[in-house]
Design a protein around this ligand. Structure first.
Ligand code: BG6
Ligand code: GLC
Ligand code: GLC
Length: 924
C-alpha cells in the first residue's frame, strides 16, 4: 500500500506514534474505547431516516429526476424475468470486481432441469495492484490471459465458447451485451474505461490474445448474478444483495416505473447502486471522524460514502483507523502504534472477521495484532474485539436499513400490504461472518415488520446466475441470427435493383412492340395532359381502390370542386356475378344523384376502373382479367362500358352518358397534371400497384399514327409473371401467391402493394414462430388467420413517433401474446418487407423516367410523377425510399413526386371534359 496512506491519521490529526502521557489504567482504557465506539452506534430513528431517505432517492432516480451525485443510480439491466429453471448448456463466466483484487473464471454447466446441479470448475487469479490502477487495456488483457490460462488447464470439448461477464461496477446497460462503465468504484481506477463499453473492451482483448475464440454474450452486475442463480424456493428470488468488497442490491421493478425505459409491461431487474448513496441529511449524523478520514484516503474521495461504511474493502480499514486512534490515545497497546498499524490496508476484512468471531479465542486475536508489530496487553484482545464488533454491527444495521428501503419500494410498487419475498445473498461478508446476516435480519424486521423475508445464500458465488443470464442472451443471439437469415433475401442491393430496372425497361419495349412480355403496355387513348381550358359538370366513378366512390366534379375557371360519397362493395359482390356488381354500381349512382338533386340529368360520366383493360377508344375497355380482391363472373373479356350501360338499361329510370373509361394511374396523372404540366407519369401504390406515362405514339405498335403522345397503362403489377423476378422471390412471396385468388399472376404487385405486404409479414412471422424465434414458439390461431395483419399495421408500427410499447399494444390488440423482444423483431420484419417494396417500386419508376428521357434523347429530364394510394400516403418511410431509389438508379432524371389530393375521380372527369371538348369540335 502506498506511503501517503501510511501516514494516515497521524500527520493530519497530530497523534504521536506512542502516547507521551501517562498510560491510563485498564478500566479507563475500556471506558475510552467504549466512548470512542459510541460513534458507531446507530439509533432506530437514524436507521428509519436512512431507510426513508434512500427510498426517496430510489424513487427519484426511477422517475428520472436524480440530479445530485450522492443519489442512488437505479440502473436498469436487460434482465426481464427470473430464471425458468429450463436454461441449459455450458458457459464460461468471468467475474471482475466483486471480490477485491481477484478475478474468477468459472465453467458452469446448466442442466435444464430444476434442482439438478453440477459443481462448476473455477479458478481465481490475483490482479496485481498496478493492473488495477493502470491502463484499461492492461486490465482487459490480463482478464483475457486468465481466460486462456483457465482453458489451458481445463480443456473443454466444445469450440463454441459463450461467456457471461460479471462486471461489478455501475454501468449504463443498453443491451444484454452492451454496458458502459459510469465510474470505477472500490479499489479499481484504470484509465480509458469510464464511458466505454466494457464488453467491447473484453472482446478486443480476447481477440488480441488470440488463443481462444470466445463470444461475450452477456454482461451482468454481481447482484444480478446472485439473484438469478438462486434456487427458487416457495416463490422466485426477486432481490439480490451483495456485501463483498463493496455493497449493492438489485430487485425486480415494474417496468412502467422506470422512466428511462420505453416499456410499460412486465418487470425489469434494476441495480440500485446504493453504494453511492450519501445524502448528507441521512448519513451526516452517522458519519464518524473515521469515516471522513477513510474517505479522504480512498481512491475516490467524496464518492460511494454509504459503501465505505459497509463494504468489505473498508471494514478492515475502519477498524485500523479506530485502533490507531485508540493506541495514540493510550487506550490500547500500551499507547504504542506500529508502522503496520499506521499503514493503509494492513488490516483486512478477514482479520476483522477472525478477531470478531467469539469462537476464535484470544490467542488468535493476539497473533493477528502481533503480526502487526503491536505489543498486546492483557485487556487489548477483548477491546479490539469490541472495536471489530462495533464496526461490523453498524455495517450490518445500515445494510439492513438499505434493504428495508428496497423492500418498502417493492411493497409499494406491487401494491401489497404483506410482502412475501426471497432475497438472495452473496459476498464474502455474508459467507464468512454469519452474525452479519442475523443483525441485518433483525434490522429488517424492525423497519419493515410487515415483510416476510427469507434469505437464500447464492450458489457458486453468483456464477450460476451469470450463466443463467448468458443462456438467455445466447438464445436471443441465436434468434437474432435466424431473424437475419430470414430477412436477408428481402435486403436488395444496388445491383439487384438496377437489374430490376433494366428488366423492366426491356419488358416495356417488348410490350410496346406487341411482343411477348409480362408488361401489357395498354394504350389509354389519352393523348394529352390537361391544358386548363376544360370546363363543365361531370359525374365520375372510382372503382378498384380501397373505396368505391361516386363523385360530382365541377370544373370552372375558378378551379375544380368535388362532391363525393363513398359506397361499400361487399366482398360477396366483388366476387359474385358481374351483373350483380354492375347493378350495385348503378344503384349507388342513383342514390348519389338523388342526394345531390341531380336525378333526371344526364351528365357526362368518367369511369375510373382500376383493372387491366384493352381499350379501343376512350369509351371502350375490355377487361382482360380481374386483379386485387375482385373476381366477379362473366366480366373478363367484356367491354366494361357496355356492362355499365346494360346495368343502366336495366334500371330504366336513369340516364347516364358514359364518355370515358380511365385507369386509376391515368386519373391520378391527369389530376396532378391539372396543377403541374410536367406531370407525365401516374403511380399508384395502394391496394394494388401500377404506373402509366406519356409514351411517343410512334413507339406504340398497336395504335396507328407516328406523331404525338399517348398515355400507356403499363399494368406493371404483372411484371415478372413470366418468371423474370424468380431470383428475388422468397418462399414467403410464393406462400402469399399460392393463397391468393389469382396464383401466378401479379408477381410485382404481390411484392409491393398494400393488399399483400401484411400477408408477407404474417407468413414470415409464422416461419419465425416455427423456428421458436417468436412468441416462444407457440403458434396461435390468430396468426394462422389470413389477412389479420393489415398493411395499415405496417404503417402504424413503423412510425418513428411510436414507442416500442405502442408497437406491442398494436400487436397485442391483434391477439398476439408477445414480449418486448418479440415486438422489436416484428418491427424489423415489417421494415424489411416495406423497404423491399419501396425499393422495387423505385426501380420501376426509375425505368419509366429513363424511358421517357431516352425517348426524347435528353441529357437531363425534369419530370413529375402524380402518386396516389394508401400505402404510399400513410406509410412513414415508403415515399422517401422510393425517391431515394429513383435518385440512385436514374441520376439523370430530376423527379418530383406529387401526391394526388383529390383521388383519380377528378382526373377521370378531366379526361371526360377533354373528350367532350373534342367531340364538340368534331361536331362543329
Ligand atoms: C384513390 C384513387 O385515391 O387511390 C383511386 O381515387 C385509386 O382511383 C386509389 O385506385 C388507390 O389507392 P388504394 O389504397 O385505395 O388502393
Ligand atoms: C460496488 C459496485 C456495484 C457492485 C457492488 C458489489 O458498489 O459499484 O456495481 O454491485 O460494489 O460488488
Ligand atoms: C391493379 C390493377 C391496375 C391498377 C392497380 C392500382 O394492379 O390491375 O389496373 O392500376 O391495381 O389500383
Amino acid at each position: 500500500m502506498d506511503s501517503i496512506g501510511a501516514i494516515g491519521l497521524q500527520q493530519r490529526e497530530g497523534f504521536p506514534s506512542c502516547s507521551q502521557k501517562g498510560l491510563p489504567c485498564p478500566s479507563d482504557s475500556s471506558e475510552l474505547v467504549l466512548e470512542c465506539l459510541q460513534q458507531f452506534k446507530v439509533t432506530q430513528t437514524q436507521l428509519q431516516q436512512i431507510q426513508t431517505s434512500l427510498l426517496g432517492s430510489m424513487e427519484q432516480a426511477l422517475g428520472g429526476q436524480a440530479s445530485s451525485a450522492s443519489a442512488v443510480r437505479m440502473l436498469p439491466t436487460y434482465v426481464g424475468s427470473t430464471p425458468h429453471g429450463t436454461e441449459q448448456g455450458d458457459f464460461l463466466v468471468l467475474e471482475l470486481g466483486a471480490t477485491g483484487a481477484s478475478l474468477r473464471v468459472l465453467w458452469v454447466t446448466l442442466m435444464g432441469t430444476e434442482g439438478h446441479r453440477m459443481e462448476p470448475r473455477s479458478q481465481e487469479f490475483v490482479i496485481p495492484p498496478e493492473v488495477m490502477l493502470g491502463p484499461g487495456q492492461q486490465l482487459f488483457d490480463f482478464a483475457a490471459h486468465c481466460l486462456s490460462e483457465f482453458l489451458d488447464a481445463f480443456p473443454v470439448s466444445t469450440q463454441d465458447l459463450q461467456l457471461g461477464f460479471s462486471f461489478s461496477f455501475p454501468c449504463h446497460q443498453t443491451g444484454l451485451d452492451r454496458s458502459t462503465l459510469i465510474s470505477w468504484t472500490k479499489g479499481f481506477r484504470c484509465s480509458g474505461v469510464e464511458g466505454h463499453d466494457v464488453v467491447q473492451l473484453l472482446r478486443d482483448a480476447i481477440k488480441r490474445q488470440g488463443a481462444y475464440s470466445i463470444d461475450v454474450v452477456a454482461v451482468v452486475n454481481d447482484t444480478v448474478g446472485t439473484m438469478m442463480g438462486c434456487e427458487p424456493g416457495v416463490g422466485p428470488c426477486e432481490v439480490g444483495l451483495v456485501v463483498d468488497t463493496g455493497t449493492n442490491a438489485c430487485y425486480m421493478e415494474e417496468a412502467r416505473h422506470v422512466a428511462v425505459l420505453d416499456e410499460d409491461r412486465g418487470r425489469v431487474c434494476v441495480s440500485v447502486e446504493w453504494g453511492s448513496f450519501g445524502d448528507d441529511e441521512a448519513l451526516g449524523p452517522v458519519l464518524t471522524t473515521f469515516d471522513h478520514a477513510l474517505d479522504q484516503e480512498s481512491l475516490n474521495p467524496g464518492a460511494q460514502r454509504f459503501e465505505k461504511m459497509i463494504g468489505g474493502l473498508y471494514l478492515g480499514e475502519l477498524v485500523r483507523l479506530v485502533l490507531a486512534h485508540l493506541a495514540q490515545q493510550g487506550a490500547l497497546f500500551g499507547g504504542c502504534t506500529s508502522p503496520a498499524l499506521l499503514s493503509r490496508g494492513s488490516i483486512l476484512l478477514e482479520h476483522v472477521t477472525e478477531m470478531e468471531d467469539p469462537l476464535a479465542g484470544a490467542a488468535r486475536v493476539h497473533a493477528i495484532l502481533q503480526d502487526l508489530g503491536l505489543s498486546v496487553g492483557t485487556s487489548d484482545a477483548e477491546l479490539v474485539r469490541y472495536v471489530c464488533t462495533a464496526v461490523f454491527t453498524r455495517a450490518a444495521r445500515l445494510c439492513g436499513a438499505a434493504l428495508a428501503a428496497v423492500l418498502s419500494r417493492l411493497q409499494h410498487s406491487r401494491e401489497q400490504q404483506m410482502l412475501q419475498i426471497a432475497v438472495a445473498t452473496g459476498g464474502r461478508v455474508f459467507e464468512r461472518h454469519p452474525s452479519f446476516l442475523s443483525i441485518l435480519q433483525e434490522t429488517v424486521m424492525l423497519l419493515v415488520p410487515e415483510c416476510d423475508v427469507s434469505f437464500i445464500p447464492s450458489v457458486d458465488g453468483g456464477g450460476r446466475g451469470v450463466a443463467m443470464v448468458t443462456a438467455v442472451a445466447a438464445r436471443l443471439a441465436a434468434h437474432r441470427r435466424l431473424l437475419e437469415e430470414t430477412l436477408a433475401p428481402f435486403r436488395l442491393n444496388r445491383e439487384q435493383l438496377a437489374a430490376v430496372q433494366a428488366q423492366m425497361q426491356e419488358a416495356m419495349a417488348k410490350g410496346l412492340r406487341g411482343e411477348a412480355s409480362s408488361l401489357r403496355m395498354l394504350p389509354t387513348y389519352v393523348r394529352a395532359t390537361p391544358d386548363g381550358s376544360e370546363r363543365g359538370d361531370f359525374l365520375a366513378l372510382d372503382l378498384g381502390g380501397t373505396n368505391f366512390r361516386v363523385l360530382l366534379v365541377r370544373v370552372t375557371a375558378g378551379g375544380v370542386q368535388i362532391t363525393s360519397q363513398v359506397y361499400s362493395i361487399p366482398e360477396c359482390v366483388a366476387q359474385g356475378s358481374g351483373q350483380q356488381l354492375f347493378d350495385h354500381i348503378v344503384d349507388c349512382i342513383v342514390d348519389f344523384q338523388q342526394k345531390q338533386g341531380l336525378s333526371g340529368q344526364s351528365l357526362p360520366l368518367g369511369f375510373t376502373f382500376s383493372f387491366p383493360c384493352r381499350q379501343l377508344g376512350l369509351d371502350q375497355g375490355i377487361l382482360l382479367n380481374w386483379t386485387k380482391g375482385f373476381n366477379a363472373s362473366d366480366c373478363e373479356g367484356q367491354d366494361v362500358v357496355c356492362l355499365l350501360r346494360e346495368a343502366i338499361g336495366r334500371k330504366q329510370a336513369v340516364k347516364l352518358n358514359v364518355v370515358a373509361i380511365v385507369n386509376d394511374t391515368v386519373g391520378t396523372m391527369m389530376s396532378c397534371g391539372y396543377e403541374d404540366p410536367r406531370c407525365e407519369v401516374g403511380l399508384i401504390v395502394g391496394t394494388g400497384t401500377n404506373a402509366c406515362y406519356m409514351e411517343e405514339l410512334r413507339n406504340v405498335a398497336s395504335v396507328a399514327g407516328d406523331s404525338g403522345h399517348m398515355c400507356i397503362n403499363m399494368e406493371w403489377g404483372a411484371f415478372g409473371d413470366d418468371g423474370s423476378l424468380g431470383l428475388l422471390r422468397t418462399c414467403f412471396d410464393a406462400n402469399v401467391d399460392q393463397a391468393s385468388i389469382n396464383p401466378g399472376k401479379q408477381s410485382f404487385e404481390k411484392m409491393i402493394s398494400g393488399m399483400y405486404l401484411g400477408e408477407i409479414v404474417r407468413h414470415i412471422l409464422l416461419h419465425l414462430t416455427s423456428l421458436g424465434v417468436l412468441f416462444r414458439g407457440q403458434q396461435t390461431q390468430r396468426l394462422q388467420t389470413r389477412d389479420i395483419f393489415k398493411t395499415k399495421f405496417l404503417s402504424e408500427i413503423e412510425s418513428d413517433s411510436l414507442a416500442l410499447r405502442q408497437v406491442r399494444a398494436i400487436l397485442e390488440d391483434l391477439g398476439l401474446p408477445l414480449t418486448s423482444d418479440d415486438a422489436l423483431m416484428v418491427l424489423e420484419v415489417c421494415q424489411a418487407v416495406s423497404q423491399r417494396a419501396a425499393q422495387l417500386c423505385g426501380a420501376g419508376v426509375a425505368a419509366v423516367v429513363e424511358k421517357i428521357r431516352e425517348n426524347r434523347g435528353l441529357e437531363e429530364l425534369t419530370v413529375s410523377v402524380g402518386v396516389d394510394g394508401t400505402l404510399y400516403k400513410l406509410h412513414p418511410h415508403f415515399s422517401g425510399l422510393v425517391a431515394a431509389t429513383v435518385r440512385e438508379l436514374a441520376p439523370r432524371c430530376a423527379v418530383t413526386f406529387l401526391q394526388s389530393e383529390d383521388g383519380s375521380g377528378k382526373g377521370a372527369a378531366l379526361v371526360t371534359a377533354v373528350a367532350c371538348r373534342l367531340a364538340q369540335m368534331d361536331h362543329v
